[in-house]
Design a protein around this ligand. Structure first.
Ligand code: FAD
Length: 379
């Protein structure tokens, strides 16, 4: 171990390293593994740094009953199909195990339990600080979906302490809830699926605007024969992209409203006895206050109010005044060598989905390979 300071001059702390790599990939989920696969195919050296103890943990940590809403035929990454019947819907643990096996199968160099806490630049190289270690690289790929830090309204803290509050990322199953009503806040895919589950044991209200739904049953015959390929392969992957006028128009709406419901239909919610209510506007006497002035006397609130990427560890001027990343198809023009993969609508509606991330990953791997001539690699 050598004692040195990072570029911010935090010299008090001893750092091991630096270790040098041509490319450091931050995040070992489907996005990071996909970039790794495409770099390995081109013979380019890299390392993947993953904060969790096990590859696939971001899936393992989701609620117990979660099944993917995409059929297995759309849940495989490049080079290795998902090992299940094409029209089955994998559990979250099967997906997690698949990712772990994928990394092992292609011998991708993933270091787990390494959380990156700083990313800056020192001359031509990026400096990555993680768990007391320094890494230097010509290229860095930030490979992750937006879903890293839970987001909930600030007034959540004003709710009566007797109300059980969970964010969707902490919800596992109904046994975590108290007897009494449940208010699920946020009516996107997670909110719809969780409200359906808790409605079996608790009176349930679902708050939030209607995000729309795909007009067919994802598990049905028509889906297999025509509609799922049409939605996933054609509309989400080819039509709704930054390359089409309709995609560019749809992007801001999809980013602010969320994707349409895939599995659950509004009629399923009604059939389950779930009452749809307007958005939550605040808190009154410790209870949730709705936009229409109603106060709900519930014992539990589940916040399905989304996430943000939590990029405060990126110490580079790559975010615009609106806080949005400035990039083109994941390539950050102002910081040559810096890339992003996995974010919602990075290039297409499918960019955040398993079947869409590979195309973006390949694009970035090609960019890296063209930028750094083969043979100049440092590791
Ligand atoms: C509830 C839910 C259900 C979904 N269902 C589907 C579905 O059915 N089909 C589909 O196609 N898509 C689905 N998605 C969308 C998407 O496929 C998943 O979110 C998927 O996990 C995204 O993979 P990723 O690799 O881009 O990001 P993540 O899975 O979030 O992986 C990023 C990795 O980066 C690591 N990381 C983060 N910060 C750091 C750091 N600072 N240092 C080191 N490592 C770090 C994390 O530990 C994580 O392992 C779903 C999403 C959610 C939230």
């Amino acid at each position: 171990m050598s004692v040195q300071s990072d570029v911010e001059g935090r010299s008090e702390r001893p750092y091991a390293g630096p270790e040098r790599f041509e490319t450091v990939i931050i995040g070992g989920g489907q996005a990071g593994l996909s970039v790794g696969y495409h770099l390995a195919k081109r013979g380019r050296p890299f390392v993947i740094l993953e904060a969790n103890e096990r590859i696939g943990d971001s899936w393992r940590k989701r609620w117990d009953s979660l099944r993917l809403f995409t059929p297995a035929r759309y849940d495989g990454l490049a080079g290795w199909p998902f090992p299940a019947s094409e029209w089955s819907f994998p559990t979250k643990d099967e997906m997690a195990d698949y990712l772990e096996a994928y990394a092992a199968h292609f011998k991708l160099p993933v270091r787990t339990g390494v959380r990156v806490e700083g990313l800056s630049r020192n001359g031509e190289r990026f400096v990555v600080v993680a768990d007391g270690r320094l890494f230097e690289a010509e290229n860095v790929v930030v490979a992750m979906a937006n879903f890293q830090r839970p987001q909930r309204p600030t007034f959540a803290g004003e709710l009566d302490p007797g109300i059980v509050q969970l964010h969707s990322c902490d919800y596992r199953n109904p046994s975590q809830l108290r007897d009494g009503g449940v208010l699920v806040v946020g009516a996107g895919n997670s909110g719809a699926e969780i409200s359906r589950e808790v409605s079996r044991t608790h009176p349930t209200w679902l708050s939030g605007r209607d995000v729309g739904h795909i007009p067919f049953r994802i598990e049905g015959l028509a889906s297999r024969l025509l509609l799922a390929p049409l939605a996933f392969r054609f509309i989400f992957h080819r039509v709704l992209t930054m390359n089409t006028p309709i995609g560019r128009r749809a992007r801001p709406k999809i980013l602010s409203n969320g994707a349409p419901l895939i599995r659950v239909k509004p009629t399923d919610l009604t059939a389950a006895g779930i009452e749809r209510v307007p958005r939550v506007a605040g808190v009154q006497d410790g209870l949730p206050l709705l936009e229409d002035g109603r106060v709900l006397e519930v014992a539990n609130v589940i916040w399905c109010t989304g996430f943000h990427p939590g990029f405060s560890w990126i110490e580079l001027p790559v975010f615009g005044e609106d806080g949005e990343l400035v990039h083109e198809r994941g390539v950050v023009g102002d910081e040559p060598g810096l890339y992003f993969v996995g974010l919602e609508f990075l290039y297409a509606m499918s960019s955040v989905m398993v079947h869409g991330v590979g195309r973006d990953a390949e694009y970035i791997a090609r960019h890296i390979a063209s930028r750094v001539p083969a043979g100049s690699a440092v590791s």
